[in-house]
Design a protein around this ligand. Sequence first.
Ligand code: PLP
Length: 235
Amino acid sequence: MRPLTDSIADRLAEVGERIARAAARAGRRREEITLIAVTKVFPASVILDGYEAGLREFGENYVQEAAARWPRWQAAHPDVRLHMIGAIQSNKARDVVALFDVIETVDRPKLARALIKEMARQDRRLPCFIQVNTGEEPQKAGVWPDDADAFIEECRGLGLPVIGLMAIPPLEEEPSLHFVLLAEIAKRNGLKALSMGMSHDFEVAIQFGATHVRVGTAIFGPRPPRRHRPGGGER
Ligand SMILES: *Cc1c(COP(=O)(O)O)cnc(C)c1O
């Protein structure tokens, strides 16, 4: 562990090296893996620090928090891409489609329908991930693994641009089994993108095929105490 006084740039460089090493170990190219910097609950100043350190892909969980700080930033920096990684209420579909560039947490038909309707209305087609609840945890969002194939099919039928799958393994379990399960579901459905892996397990996720890793604390330090259950959102 490095001292807490390390800057965001230092920690980002270290995370970048760890991603590169994990990719090399897995015989993969570094460019196959997109680092998404998760800024939820951190003060807005980390966005500037992260951007200056080279970050361009960011993730937020809460529509309200993101809406309060991203629009001005996005207007001035068209090269940032903002990923929605928190649970979404269907009645927030309009805000989510307006604010975000990628939606990672599509997990039920009502939400899928609300999103496709808004995309048509706003003339914005956002790449989407289907969130799978690989641990079948009742308190967690995500379609259950047994229902995933049918739900992916349904989303495609609606015209949603589904590019991949996303999962958050149970905290207390060995994550690799969950990563393997997610990769299998993606493969049999012809999906290429896999958003899996957080600060504590992104190297394992890369070993099992992650194309997107979502990392907060390893870059920005400990999160200020507030609601921040992984995958937490407004629901
Ligand atoms: C908070 C969060 C992360 C980042 O978690 P860290 O442990 O800070 O890296 C990644 N994914 C989701 C869905 C989250 O809610």
